[in-house]
Design a protein around this ligand. Structure first.
Ligand SMILES: NC(=O)c1ccc[n+]([C@@H]2O[C@H](COP(=O)([O-])OP(=O)(O)OC[C@H]3O[C@@H](n4cnc5c(N)ncnc54)[C@H](O)[C@@H]3O)[C@@H](O)[C@H]2O)c1
Length: 315
């Protein structure tokens, strides 16, 4: 199998492209990334047993994309502007990359005869939801341009199965935690680990303490991306998560490894923030079993900072 990973230098991609090296059935791993986040380190020391190709190009550029999809069997389309808060002041470019860029990669893939196209969306398309939400929930309230663009891209990707004849699967993923060589620290758990390691207080909204949110370990995410190479119904979307955790559970796990961490609880600026819970029965019914371990991954993330002498870790 020949695989293209767009955005392959990022938090998820940098680990995924290394996982393929463990497989005999993967012949080529091609990466398309425009260094939007400057993670050159993700190209360091790639396993020598596998054929890697790198294209420094942009998903907005049709020529780059056409070159990237040539002779490819599977596309994992990770490239996106991902730091949701930063997209509030960058709406146009977010739509250009996350929606138009996705259309480019999808159309070029279909034209080139790619068999399957995996598209990561986000559980933040549920936005300020309430109660239990699942793939059938229609009252979606994405709050950021990031989530809005992902939601629009989702329907384009789903419809492409019928309209363009390419097998597409949408993964609505929880917030990732866990380490990789190209990891980022915008996301909740990783950011808290960094702050805890640097002796900085963690500021938490009172309303968030006991409300659950969907999280996904990086290992489970990679397992899911490999699972959907062959499983799942084309044109469908699936929630993918390790578990719904409360902020309390996340803080407890951090405190286990960094007991001196200070927690500051503040009043939430959002009134009536309702707890919600993302249901992942649909993927589980296919036989997918998430195995991620929040506690272990938090320990691993904190230990990355262990050599910093003025850290809070004492590891
Ligand atoms: N990390 C999470 O918590 C999470 C949760 C749900 C969904 N996702 C989705 O998974 C995918 C990967 O996420 P990540 O955490 O690895 O993000 P990341 O920001 O670490 O990586 C994204 C990669 O895309 C590249 N990129 C950005 N714009 C590009 C462009 N125009 N052309 C080519 N490459 C471009 C960046 O340089 C970067 O290497 C994204 O689509 C994201 O929306 C992530």
């Amino acid at each position: 199998m020949k695989v293209l990973v767009t955005g392959g230098l990022g938090h998820i991609g940098s680990k995924l492209i290394r996982e393929y090296a463990k497989r005999d059935d993967v012949e080529l791993v091609r990466v398309l990334d425009n260094f939007f986040v400057q993670r050159y380190c993700s190209l360091f020391d790639l396993p020598l047993n596998k054929k890697y190709e790198f294209i420094g190009g942009d998903i907005k550029n049709k020529e780059d994309v056409e070159k990237a999809v040539k002779d490819i069997d599977l596309v994992v389309h990770l490239a996106a502007i991902t730091d949701a808060p930063s997209t509030i002041n960058n709406e146009e470019e977010t739509f250009r990359v996350n929606l138009e860029g996705t259309k480019n990669v999808l159309e070029a893939s279909a034209k080139a005869g790619v068999k399957r196209f995996l598209f990561p969306s986000t559980t933040s398309v549920y936005g300020e939801a309430e109660g239990v939400v699942d793939e059938k929930t229609i009252d979606l309230k994405p709050a950021s341009p990031y989530a809005k663009a992902k939601l629009e891209a989702e329907s384009f990707v789903k419809n492409a199965y019928k309209e363009l004849g390419i097998e597409t699967i949408v993964l609505r993923k929880g917030t990732i935690f866990g380490t990789s060589i190209g990891m980022r620290f915008h996301t909740a758990v990783n950011k808290f680990c960094y702050l805890a390691a640097m002796n900085k207080p963690l500021t938490v909204w009172d309303s968030a303490l006991e409300s659950k949110r969907p999280y996904l370990s990086l290992d489970d995410d990679i397992k899911a991306l490999q699972f959907f190479e062959k499983n799942g119904s084309p044109g469908e979307l699936y929630n993918v998560l390790t578990k719904n955790y409360t902020m309390h559970e996340i803080i407890d796990a951090i405190k286990k490894h960094a007991p001196e961490t200070n927690i500051t609880i503040t009043k939430s600026p959002i009134l009536n923030q309702k707890p919600y819970h993302v249901d992942d029965r649909k993927i589980k019914e296919l036989g997918f079993v998430p195995e991620g371990n929040l506690d272990e991954d938090i320990g691993k993330t904190l230990r990355l900072f262990k050599a910093i002498q003025n850290s809070n870790l004492g590891i």
